[in-house]
Design a binder for this molecule. Structure first.
Ligand code: RIB
Ligand code: CA
Length: 311
């Protein structure tokens, strides 16, 4: 079966970690590189988390550090969700895995220049790295198959009443990506809030055993504790893994092709995504926006991932 070429740009982050595990476990994924953004926590911590995850599960992968702040704003982080480290209670083994001696932007350019085929770019954090890449290397845009993005919402925000975190942190970067002309698959809160793990399923993941089970349990438990405290919920959405799950099995999802944009000027609505399901603006439909998920199939994929990586 043809492998899926992908670059993963992430801000690990508990749910980013689960997304990475899904990618690491699949022999269909041809991961060309991992690039790191600032978001859930500062760039040094997201980069260290990514380095240790790659070192533990896929040490041959190239990994590079990206932008330490958004294009114009000061960085907004979410340690209340992911812990100060960015991976909550997860303790990853020490590793001598080294970062590439180039920036995330340069690594993306190097990979695309060398590739004879188009490459998918998965984005699970603020889009600063990808926006800078598009501005510095516009000629390489044609080497991108599509962007698969976790971000945005038409059902209300998780940072402001209308803005989702990944967009809110750097809406100008999101605007550049949305207007790039590269095809987009968006996993907004509309679908990721339906991709939840229950406490029972979390216990089943824990019982699989091994390092992957410990990492998955610790990452999901950290997020669950936040959802229990702040939303009195005992089901925790797995936002970022939806991106990799889509690449591995798009049949798990339903979606609509619509116009996607973001608000940059609103005093109260900065970072709100415009997901124009009813085509009110009559703009070009630049994105497939996912709206439904086969949750049982999604959970099965997460468990299979942990079993595959169990070591
Ligand atoms: O709003 C959820 C998104 O923000 C996820 O990517 C999570 O990791 C945080 O970055
Ligand atoms: Ca993320």
């Amino acid at each position: 079966m043809k492998k899926i070429p992908v670059i993963i740009d992430c801000d690990p982050g508990c749910d980013d970690a689960i997304a990475l595990l899904l990618a690491f476990a699949s022999d269909r994924m041809d991961i060309k590189g991992v690039t790191v953004s600032a978001g859930n926590v500062n760039i040094n911590n997201t980069t260290e988390n990514a380095r240790k995850l790659v070192g533990a599960f896929k040490p041959e992968l190239k990994i590079a550090k990206g932008c330490e702040k958004p294009l114009f704003k000061t960085i907004v982080t979410a340690p209340e969700v992911h812990g100060e480290s960015g991976l909550g209670s997860v303790r990853l083994p020490e590793t001598d895995k080294k970062l590439e001696g180039i920036t995330a932007i340069e690594l993306i350019a190097e990979i695309l220049k060398e590739s004879e085929e188009k490459i998918n770019i998965v984005i699970t954090g603020p889009m600063t790295n990808i926006a800078v890449f598009l501005m510095v290397y516009p000629e390489l845009k044609s080497k991108i198959e599509k962007f698969i993005i976790m971000g945005g919402s038409s059902i209300g925000g998780n940072v402001t009443p209308s803005a989702e975190f990944n967009i809110y942190v750097d809406a100008e970067a999101a605007d550049i990506v949305f207007k790039s002309g590269v095809d987009i698959v968006l996993c907004p809160l509309d679908v990721t809030m339906k991709a939840f793990v229950t406490e029972k399923e979390l216990g089943e993941i824990r019982n699989i055993g091994g390092l992957a089970s410990e990492v998955a349990y610790g990452a999901i438990k950290t997020s669950l504790d936040f959802y229990k405290e702040f939303y009195q919920k005992s089901e925790v959405p797995m936002h970022d893994p939806c991106t990799i799950a889509y690449l591995l099995n798009s049949e798990l999802f339903k979606g609509e092709r619509v116009f996607l944009g973001t608000e940059l000027k609103g005093e109260f609505t900065y970072g709100e995504t415009i997901i124009d399901y009813r085509n009110k603006f009559g703009q070009e439909k630049n994105a497939l926006v996912l709206t439904e998920i086969d949750r049982a199939g999604f959970i099965t994929l997460i468990k299979k991932t942990v079993e595959t990586l169990n070591k």
